[in-house]
Design a binder for this molecule. Structure first.
Ligand SMILES: *Cc1c(COP(=O)(O)O)cnc(C)c1O
Length: 366
């Protein structure tokens, strides 16, 4: 079976883990700090704050802006559900705006009509590793004095006209879950910002409301800290990131040219000036037979993923607040067409050849 995702973990990570275990400092030590400064420098952000997951990173970002019940945050319905939950968890309403079917990202031209007096922020997602429409969305944010929280969980290392993800907004959140482009070796996340006030607020919040040990902030906090073992692994992964991105891009370029011109399929597109880091290589099957193609690929031992089978507005928590089928037609259509195929850096050329050959066979016979 060719798996859909596989972390690139080697000796460096193993040694990093042993050295933390032997040091006896398992939490709140030097590794998390080192990872934070490396990551901030990598993105070009002033601050980075390591967290326990991508979800907790998003939550801390939402909290830092004082977003609460009665507020609204604009986001996309075509993403992992954690994006919307991070908003809803603080009592605010996720206001969905449909996507652009070419990029799978939120359609900036539909945002202004969704803004109300209650809108506090926009949370665009860099889906599958492709940066969101930063220029037009940051203009809208400025015009209406809204904050931007970039959900960059899938897009570490991607660029928008030379700017790295992590600086495409007031705050950004990344995930280090094992299937993401780099991993902490378990759960993990990291926040970037160049805003001193927000960075400090987040540091206290994720440290149980402590400015230092037993020195309390005036606000309540949670424990979203990253343990040292995960920070040590993350450091080694970050060193490999450029290699990983290059490999993913090479694999994607191979698939793009091998699958070009086939019927009933739309291949991923990258707008000019953007770099895609191919967290997923996601194609669209346009003749209504996506599930058949998925089954055929599985039969041939090719791992696939459907990201995401249901747009978020049709999931139980958001149906409960009034969203219904037909609200976001493009997201609903795309959710029925997408299928992601392996693109990870551990694929061998024979795996890529096998994937391309089988997809060609399946698509040509439909
Ligand atoms: C993975 C992911 C998250 C959540 O990250 P976890 O580390 O799994 O909590 C949030 N948003 C998006 C778009 C993701 O892909």
């Amino acid at each position: 079976m060719i798996s859909i995702a596989k972390p690139l973990i080697g000796k460096e990570e193993e040694e990093a883990v042993l050295s933390v275990l032997r040091s006896g400092q398992l939490v709140q030590g030097p590794k998390a700090k080192e990872f934070e400064s490396m990551f901030a420098e990598y993105c070009g952000a002033k601050h980075a704050i390591a967290t326990s997951s991508g979800t907790s990173a998003l939550m801390a970002c939402v909290h830092s802006l004082g977003i609460q019940e009665g507020d609204e945050v604009i986001t996309t319905p075509f993403t992992f559900i954690a994006t919307a939950h991070a908003i809803f968890a603080y009592g605010a309403k996720p206001v969905f705006v449909d996507i652009n079917e070419k990029t799978f990202n939120i359609d900036s031209s539909k945002i202004e009509s969704a803004i109300t007096k209650k809108t506090k922020a926009i949370m665009p997602v860099d889906l599958y590793g492709l940066p969101y429409e930063y220029d037009s969305i940051s203009k809208i944010a400025k015009k209406y004095s809204l904050s931007i929280i970039e959900d960059a969980c899938q897009a570490v290392g991607a660029e928008y006209h030379g700017k790295k993800t992590g600086v495409l907004g007031d705050l950004a959140a990344f995930s280090l879950y094992p299937t993401k482009n780099i991993t902490s070796g378990g759960e993990g996340g990291i926040i970037t910002t160049s805003n001193d006030y927000l960075a400090e607020k987040i540091r206290y919040y994720i440290n149980i409301g402590q400015k230092a040990r037993y020195v309390y902030d005036s606000e309540v906090g949670v424990n979203f800290r990253m343990p040292e073992l995960h920070a040590a692994i993350s450091i080694e992964q970050l060193k490999k990131l450029d290699f990983i991105s290059k490999k993913r891009n090479e694999n994607a370029q191979f698939l793009l040219s091998a699958l070009k011109g086939l019927p009933n399929v739309i291949l991923p597109q990258t707008p000019k000036g953007l770099t895609h880091v191919y967290h997923q290589f996601t194609i669209r099957i346009t003749n209504g037979k996506r599930d058949y193609v998925a089954e055929e690929l599985k039969k041939r031992e090719i791992g696939i993923g459907i990201y995401y089978p249901q747009p978020i507005h049709l999931t139980p928590p958001y149906k409960k607040i009034g969203y219904k089928k037909g609200d976001f037609a493009i997201s609903e259509k795309i959710a029925s067409e997408v299928i992601s195929i392996p693109v990870h850096p551990l694929l061998a050329q024979k795996d890529l050849d096998y994937i391309a050959k089988n997809l060609k066979e399946i698509l040509s016979a439909m």
